[in-house]
Design a protein around this ligand. Structure first.
Ligand code: SF4
Length: 693
């Protein structure tokens, strides 16, 4: 395949992968050069540099595939869409609207996220829709909502970090996940103020001035210990707490019992280091607390993030110019993906689906009665787990997600998918999930289509079409419109042009927390830096939030009283180690894209398990051996990497690999009670020599 130029001039666009959305330029021949943009300042990581390979990949699907006699075989678009619509109608007639479900992704553009949510609620009439962002930053979103009344990953421009004296990064490894981000840490680093909290000595931790290595699942306790030190050492920002917050006393009643020496016994982090972080943050003129997946992907993810927000509030950081709390969103449109209605409990504009006024507003934009809109559905893992079970969905449409690799307890998820009467995927290539489907629809990607993304700062970007797609593929918007029409919807209700969809999204978001109504493609084409909310076309956007007031009705931020409870699955004699999962520089999410890029995949072609040399030796293993890592749910085979800086009680596996190499064969689907985030970051395992190795 060759990517066909759509213009004769280079197109300024953005990277297809992570939430940094680095600026790049694509030539008519689809060659990439970095572009000055505030998040990357002219830098790109290996993933960005090699991204044009995705446009030329021989693995691209270019015709619909329909399973016939057990095999996926080429079919025409009409035949594939007719088949899907007929089966959906049969299932709905026989089992009700909630027998069909949709699953989206945090990499989909705002327009796709919006239209998918509308398609599910209006064309399918189902409540059963959620997306893979539930596995990503939902705990920080819920904690941010509780604390501030509104959640925007970073409520300030990333470039503000340059003037920080101290930054505490909790469970974030941007040196691998988004390398150009690291330049924004240099100011704090130069002043000796960069602290990284991570059980592993990651490449980011290597650069830190202080690395705290708590046992997995204990970072909530660590935050309480540091907060205790803040108060005990007289570092509390008393006037900020009194003027801008509520609920501190209830938090202190808990935190008073978490003195640093006790927290040291729970976390393994020295009491002196806890006090050092408290002093570093309190004495800094400008300071930030930033969390990411390491804090969030727990069955106590919301409480864990709340504990770090409590610390930031006690120090008076949020809503203070040059300081703050923020969450580093991971997926390319992780922020926008959670704002436009593909989440089980939300409508566009980041509105609650249970709010009568929100339902009235969105229904009026959609031209349907508010009472016809379904209520909230199951969260991502609960939806996947219910597939094919009594009362659960019998058909699933998947857009922009590869759940067979990325969902927890992935053997169970694959088994549930196999029970379905109909599994449909819209995909670029035959991912592991598409390989199980009954119908696979080949769709456009990234530089082959227009669309907007909302980066980790809440800044809306126009990602412009630069090349023509291969013949035979269609956009996700075309797919949704084609299905909606076959399901009896008027054509004008499901437009296929991205700008037209965005215009409708603006109207649907108007007046909501994430208000896009003042953003137009024209303003984005003109290069305006627009951070939501943007409530009208003359509004300059909101780069910094909460400077005057938080979004709760009383304008105050709220402390959230939280206790340390530990991992859902502590180690025992049968499973004596803790496994944690994460990412590597060369791969993105499930690896469906990056495993196709030779320069990336040749460097890290298979799963591995990082383990302390003494732990390996006790299991009879040496560096380079094949190990069997087994949890209560299953096992995976991984090459041993002995790493002297690892904690002896912890092993680490990247989760980007398919088949028997899936780290998510191990992970625990215990869910956070609020965010419904699974516990990806810690489960009990044992390590043995692989039979025959
Ligand atoms: Fe930038 Fe992320 Fe793309 Fe790397 S993957 S070039 S950090 S947007």
């Amino acid at each position: 395949l060759t990517a066909e130029p759509t213009t004769t001039t280079a197109v300024a666009t953005h990277c297809p992968y992570c939430a940094l959305q680095c600026g790049m330029t694509l030539s008519p021949e689809a060659d990439v050069t970095p572009r000055q943009f505030p998040t990357n300042a002219g830098g790109l990581c290996q993933k960005g540099w090699t991204s044009p390979a995705l446009l030329r990949s021989p693995a691209r699907l270019t015709t619909p595939l329909v399973r016939t006699d057990g095999e996926l075989r080429p079919a025409s678009w009409d035949a594939a869409l007719d088949l899907i619509a007929r089966r959906l109608q049969e299932l709905r007639a026989e089992h009700g609207a909630d027998s069909v479900a949709a699953f989206g992704g945090g990499g989909l553009t705002n327009e796709k996220s919006y239209l998918l949510g509308k398609f599910a609620r209006v064309a399918l009439g189902t409540s059963q829709i959620d997306y893979n962002g539930r596995f990503c930053m939902s705990s920080a979103a819920a904690a941010g909502m509780k604390a501030f009344g509104l959640d925007r990953g970073l409520p300030f421009p990333l470039t503000d970090l340059a003037d920080a004296d101290a930054i505490v990064l909790v469970g974030a490894n941007p040196a691998e996940t988004m390398p150009p981000f690291v330049q924004h840490l240099r100011g704090a680093n130069a002043k000796g103020g960069l602290v990284v909290v991570d059980p592993r000595r990651t490449p980011t931790a290597e650069q830190a001035d202080l690395h705290l290595s708590p046992a997995p699942g204990t970072d909530l306790a660590l935050a309480l210990g540091i907060l205790h030190a803040v108060v005990a050492d007289g570092l509390l920002d008393q006037s900020y707490v009194e003027d801008r917050t509520s609920g501190f006393d209830a938090v202190w009643r808990i935190v008073a019992g978490y003195w640093p020496e006790q927290v040291e016994r729970v976390t393994g982090v020295a009491a002196a280091d806890q006090r050092r972080v408290a002093a570093l943050l309190a004495r800094a003129r400008n300071a930030y607390v930033l969390t990411a997946r390491g804090a969030e992907q727990h069955a106590t993810g919301v409480a864990t993030v709340s504990a770090w927000i409590n610390l930031a509030l006690a120090l008076g950081l949020p809503g203070r110019p040059g300081s703050g709390y923020g969450c580093l969103t991971g997926q390319g449109n992780g922020q926008g993906g959670r704002e436009h209605g593909q989440k089980a409990d939300q409508l566009p504009g980041y509105r609650k689906i249970t709010d009568p006024a929100a339902r009235e507003h969105v229904a009026s934009v959609w031209g349907v009665p508010a009472e016809s809109l379904p209520g909230p559905g199951r969260s991502a893992f609960e939806l996947l787990d219910a597939l094919g079970t009594e009362g659960g969905p019998r058909a699933l449409l998947v857009f922009g997600s590869n759940v067979v690799v990325s969902a927890p307890d992935s053997a169970r998820v694959a088994e549930r998918l196999s029970r379905l009467d109909l599994l449909v995927t819209a995909d670029l290539v035959l991912s592991e999930t598409s390989a199980l489907a009954d119908v696979v629809l080949p769709v456009t990607q990234w530089a082959e289509e227009d669309g907007t993304m909302t980066n980790l700062e809440g800044r809306i970007l126009l990602r412009r079409k630069a090349v023509d797609p291969p013949e035979g593929v269609r956009t996700d918007l075309d797919v949704l419109a084609g299905l909606a029409e076959r399901l009896g919807q008027p054509a004008e209700r499901f437009p296929t042009d991205a700008e037209t969809v965005f215009t409708e999204l603006r109207a649907a978001s108007a007046g909501g927390p994430a208000d896009y109504s003042g953003i137009s493609y024209e303003r984005l084409r003109d290069g305006e830096a627009l951070y939501w909310p943007v409530p009208d076309e003359r509004h300059p956007g909101t780069p910094r939030m909460f400077l005057d007031a938080f979004a709760h009705p009383d304008g105050r931020a709220r402390f959230e009283p939280v206790e340390h409870t530990g991992p859902a699955e502590p180690p025992d004699a049968g499973f004596p180690l803790l496994a944690t999962t994460g990412r590597v520089l060369q791969h993105y999410q499930s690896g469906a894209q990056t495993r196709l890029v030779a320069e990336l995949n040749d460097t890290v072609p298979e799963v591995y398990v990082e383990v302390h040399p003494d732990t390996a030796e006790r299991a009879g293993l040496a560096h380079g051996d094949l190990a069997r890592v087994t949890s209560r749910r299953g096992g995976t085979t991984a090459r041993v990497r002995c790493v002297g800086s690892m904690r002896q009680d912890v092993v680490f596996l990247p989760f980007h690999f398919p088949g028997a190499q899936r780290a998510n064969l191990l992970t625990n689907p215990a869910l956070d009670p609020t965010s419904r985030m699974p516990e990806f970051k810690v489960c009990a395992v044992r390590l043995t020599k692989e039979d025959g190795a």
